[in-house]
Design a protein around this ligand. Structure first.
Ligand SMILES: [Zn+2]
Length: 529
């Protein structure tokens, strides 16, 4: 036979969890058309994978690259990790469906999390949104984001969606699903999402359930009085129970203060699953996270969106009120002071990237809370932060062991939660997947076949990604070729922009995106499914 690309001599781990076996892979166009002993075949290009492992491309179920892909379509940080598909619109924070005016406003509101893509893009529908991701590095999957959905219907306001407005929101959601979105995404630490209540989310998710989609949720920790059972896990499960939707929990794992308590973490969810609620989950393998400082504030602080927030921060009385709120938020003292500015938009303030909150406050001679509101104002909200890892490795290693234990469950996947902008972002943006497949799998002794299934077939089936997530004849040729003994993340909290080692080849839709551990410049990603 003759192929465009032939990968010879490797061990195939096909994504289903079954044991690896020796096979060659023949690719023509964007599909795998031959598997097995293909010696004697010829090909336009042959990759010798002797001693290497072949896996379906890794699927990142939680990526904040909505803006980054529009700024730098190559997206080396994802491709070099072996990620071939990213699910966008996470936490319900993205750009469509929005009018031009609302897109410009929400783009600025989200700048500290998603960066600053061009402001003249058509984001009026999910279909328009998807066109912007043709010809970027990875494939992308979209979800209808709750924030833009609310802004489209009731503006950036604290209003429940009911009656005619709810009907309108359902129509927009239904159209978004028809345009290719695979579900609804929200994040209840964020606005305007947290202005919603459980009833609104149940009604919206009835549409998602009808269309066979997934409700992806970062659990509520703001406006908790509006959430069934005080928000959090109880609310998410109630939404699944009453709407019939499939529920997917974003970044759900133990924290430094709950390290080792996996059974307690899962008890309520397993009880609901036993009753028939359909739940899947994801996590990332690090003990601390990253976000933007808007998430520190509750309720009316956000009313009206970016300009309204900046006006309030510029007013001395309002500023004092928000400094107080921040002091009361429960994050004060050591924890807050040890966060690090990870992303700063304006050149004038770039020097703050990588600095601890506590150090910046001391340098300025103000409290940490005052420093935060001042930097938000000075940078026009184009600012993000990340946590600092625990001191010492004992706690850190326990959280990692918990992550791998969670991933051994068949309802778990990996979502990097990557925010690939700025110079001092969280190391997960460059290292999440090789950290799981290499460092942690080897240290903690999990089977490679099981780990690969969680990154491939599991998410492909959950999110309905046709012909992806397994290596078999007829499937799309999204392939990672890696060295199972050598693959490792090299990005760290001190130096987060180092690419991993041990992943020499990555193919996306039958094109070689990474060749001998270098990006080829090929932009073969498509909006899928
Ligand atoms: Zn997130």
């Amino acid at each position: 036979m003759s192929f465009d690309i032939l990968i010879t001599g490797g061990t195939v781990i096909d994504g289903t969890g079954s044991p690896g076996y020796r096979a060659d892979l023949g690719i023509t166009g964007d599909r795998i058309i031959g598997m097995g002993n293909l010696s004697g075949s010829d090909a336009g290009k042959t990759i010798d994978a002797t001693g290497l492992t072949l896996s379906p491309g890794w699927i990142d179920t939680h990526a904040h690259s909505d803006g980054a892909l529009l700024i730098d379509p190559q997206h080396a940080n994802g491709l070099r990790q072996g990620i071939t598909t990213e699910i966008l619109d996470q936490d319900g924070l993205s750009y469509a469906p929005l009018s031009p005016e609302n897109y410009r406003m929400y783009r600025r509101y989200l700048a500290g999390l998603l960066g600053e893509p061009p402001e003249d893009l058509d984001m009026s529908t999910m279909a328009a949104f998807r066109t912007h991701y043709r010809g970027v590095g990875p494939n992308t999957v979209c979800l209808v984001p709750h924030g833009p959905l609310r802004i489209s219907v009731v503006g950036f306001r604290d209003a429940p969606i009911r009656g005619a407005e709810l009907d309108k929101a359902k129509d927009i959601l239904r159209q978004g699903m028809a345009d290719g979105a695979r579900g609804l995404a929200t994040g209840m630490s964020y606005y305007p999402n947290a202005y919603s209540d459980t009833e609104e989310l149940i009604e919206l998710n009835k549409v998602v359930a009808e269309e066979g989609g997934v409700y992806v949720t970062h659990l509520r920790d703001h406006e908790t009085d509006r959430g069934y059972g005080g928000g959090g896990v109880a609310e998410a499960l109630e939404i699944g129970r009453r709407s019939g939707v499939k529920v997917h929990f974003s970044h759900y794992r133990t924290q430094p203060d709950t390290a080792g308590m996996v059974d307690e973490l899962m008890a309520e969810i397993d009880a609901a699953k036993a009753e028939g609620v359909d739940v899947s989950l994801e996590c990332y393998p690090y003990p601390v996270g990253s976000s933007f400082p808007l998430s520190f504030f509750n309720g009316d602080f956000h009313d009206g969106g970016a300009d309204a927030v900046l006006e309030r921060l510029a007013d001395a009385d309002e500023r004092a009120r928000y400094v107080n709120e921040l002091n009361e938020y429960g994050l004060i003292g050591k924890t807050l002071a040890e966060n690090v500015w990870s992303v700063i938009g304006p050149e004038s303030h770039k020097y703050l990237e990588g600095m601890y909150f506590g150090d910046v406050a001391e340098e300025r001679g103000v409290s940490v809370a005052e420093m935060i509101v001042d930097v938000m104002l000075e940078t026009g909200l184009s600012v993000g932060y990340r946590g600092a890892p625990p001191h010492g490795t004992k706690l850190w290693r326990q959280v990692e062991a918990d992550v791998m234990q969670l991933l051994s469950r068949d309802d778990y996947m990996i979502g990097s939660d990557a925010i690939p902008i700025g110079e001092f972002h969280h190391p997960r943006a460059f290292g999440c997947f090789p950290r799981v497949v290499g460092r942690l799998r080897r240290r903690l002794g999990y089977p490679l076949e099981q780990v690969v299934q969680r990154l491939t077939q599991n998410p492909a089936e959950r999110f309905g990604l046709t012909d992806r997530g397994v290596l078999a004849e007829g499937k799309f040729a999204d392939v990672v070729v890696f060295d199972a003994e050598r693959i490792i993340d090299l990005s760290s909290f001190e130096d987060p922009r180092i690419h991993p080692a041990g992943i020499p080849y990555v193919l996306i839709n039958g094109e070689i995106a990474v060749d001998e551990e270098s990006c080829t410049g090929v932009l073969a990603g498509r909006p899928i499914p």
